[in-house]
Design a protein around this ligand. Sequence first.
Ligand code: C2E
Ligand code: CA
Ligand code: CA
Length: 725
Amino acid sequence: MMNSESLPSNKENDSPLSIQEKESYKEVIETIGMSAEFILTNAVDSVLHIGRDGTIIKLNSIASAILGYEKTELSGKNIFSLIPVDYHFFIKARVPCSPEDGENEICCSKTEELFLLRFPDSDGVLNSYECIIFPYTEDDKVSFFLNMWIPDHSKNELFNKLKEAQGNYEALTETITEAVIMVDESFQILYANTSCKRVFGYSRDELIGSPFAMLFPAEVFSRYSSEFKKYFYMDSQEDQTVKKELEVLGRSKNRGVSPLEISFGNSRELEQRTIICIIRDISQRKNVERKLRYLAYHDKLTELGNRDLFHTDIEEFFRVYKSHQQLCGALLFLDLDGFKQVNDTLGHQAGDMLLISTAKRLRGLLRESDMIYRFGGDEFVILITKLNKQSDVELICRKILQVIQRSYNFEKNRQSHKVNIGVSIGVALLPNHGNDEETVTRQADLAMYKSKESGKNRFTIFSEELTLSAQNKWLIDQGLKTALVNQEMFLLYQPIVDKSGNISGVEALIRWNHPDQGLISPDEFIPSAEESGLIIPIGRWVLEHALLDIKELNRIMNRDLYVSANVSTRQLMAPDFPEIVDRAIKRSGIKLKNLRLELTESFIMESPDHSITVLEKLKEDHPGLKIVIDDFGKGYSSLHYLSRLPVDVIKIDRSFIKEIPADNNRKVINSIINLATSLDLGIVAEGIETEEQRDYPPLNSCQYMQGYLFSKPLTYKELLKFLNS
Ligand code: C2E
Ligand code: CA
Ligand code: CA
């Protein structure tokens, strides 16, 4: 930049200088020790002499010419107030250090690097200049020369590359929605992109030159500043010693405190490093996470905690109370009595409302420290964490019984319904009855079974002497859940014979081979399955297998036997029952005349209107399919309903056959047979064990008989053999 007389000449005269040439100028300045004034007047291109704070001390005529200002217009001004804020950094990063620098001064010894600067002319139009900064010391005062020239775009490849790189950098930081902030080692903000406004509410002008600390609550910044510092020394993105991201609380200008996620990088090549932070506001994500967490641990319907939350809480309970020997808590298992009926008769909506009301009633009764959970269905669990004596839990149980017994009121089809239910409660005391989740939940559950068994709507506190039967029922319920998947269920077929002793069909009877308890009769587990709703999958399994078996058997044996399958009310009431029947029929390919469905009389009479509708639809969709009323005579059907029921066959209840030949029984059997005959129904007598029963005269008009006398229920293989013999 010196006059050609005093310094080696510039070969191509006006063209920009090469890096090597710049290097040599620097040496000259240093070695000759010229005054600032001398340099300004003898320079061949534009030079501005600038103080470390950015004040333009003086400029030469070339500078005033190419920048388009009078000299006086610029001297005394601060360069940082003239150039766009995003270019401050390029100067600040090159301002020479001074021995008088305080800790917090912006300072970078990395000068003499070519860079691009945008400088407005007096009309405000921004022009690009290629620049270089040389440090200058006079009387121990450090300042610098800013040497600027209009770049020759076509010739200067370096300039283009520089411009491109700077442009890319700018474009990149401006397009991303995250805040990008560059800070130096004293945590001064050197650069900020426009997205900072969105994240922090501060404009970039407000941020650049301000302390990074203003973006955090004071205590957060003081806690994390040493953590932030690590990023200056991080040597590669693969550095394992520092986390690439930090989650901290930030503070914005007007929105207060919000969670931030900051990714860090540093300017690896510089001696005086800067760190670049990419900052995201993660309030929304945190909210979603919180919501998901809530959903994962709560029951949607009642908003009570779920099984998973219970699991966490009780583990925590045992952790905290490990050292306690005395009574300090209780676990209550609650199962509503009569809920299934509400669900079946008034519908799911009523059922849901009942559960929600129950949750509210329980919440209103208990203390804040007591936790309530819903385990699904009508099972509720309460964890009482502060208990002084056993009588306290008894008091709580009595109160629970009282609040649940109060009638529930529902609106359905503009009609109000009053519903009364009860609750069976089982209690395990903590830690007296166990020190781990599994034990205490089993004890409380068992105690609850005892309550159910002893007549429902009561509470039982666990004791070792709890009856075997409660344990049995409990074991059955537990085992039922996995019985189908573990293939523990199978079917037996009991032949049904006609007058001349020929087999006309079979009744499918389910069996459960329990892994520990051996064969369990359906009388023992079907009621449990109905209560828990497991009868639905079990019933579907029976239908599918029975139909497939009989279709196959008819094919192999060239027979035309029917199969009679037992169906429980809960199955019949399930909205998809017709679909299940339909699918089983189609899958097996069985003839419709070879299928009978058995429903017990008492079940049908629980909700006769609904039964009639479902059965009529079934028969309409599957002409030929027959409906059998099982255990007939026990259910006291009204004649009114009986005549309307779309049934084909009745099965005289086994208890009447058992009494044969008691004389008063004759009348009952006679009247049943008369009734069936007058309604034109087929009749089956079941439970025939003796020849006397078979030949009992009133049974003469029975078309079919079934019982041990003819055959016990047989496995499929035994049935094949039986048919062959
Ligand atoms: P059910 O429908 O009345 O079935 C007849 C029951 O009487 C069967 O008992 C059968 O083994 C038994 N039995 C047959 N002949 C005689 C006899 O001569 N004397 C005596 N004392 N008993 C005889 P099982 O198989 O134990 O079934 C009991 C009940 O379980 C059935 O009564 C039925 O209500 C129910 N059940 C059986 N299988 C199923 C099924 O797949 N689904 C449903 N929902 N219920 C089923
Ligand atoms: Ca039956
Ligand atoms: Ca029966």
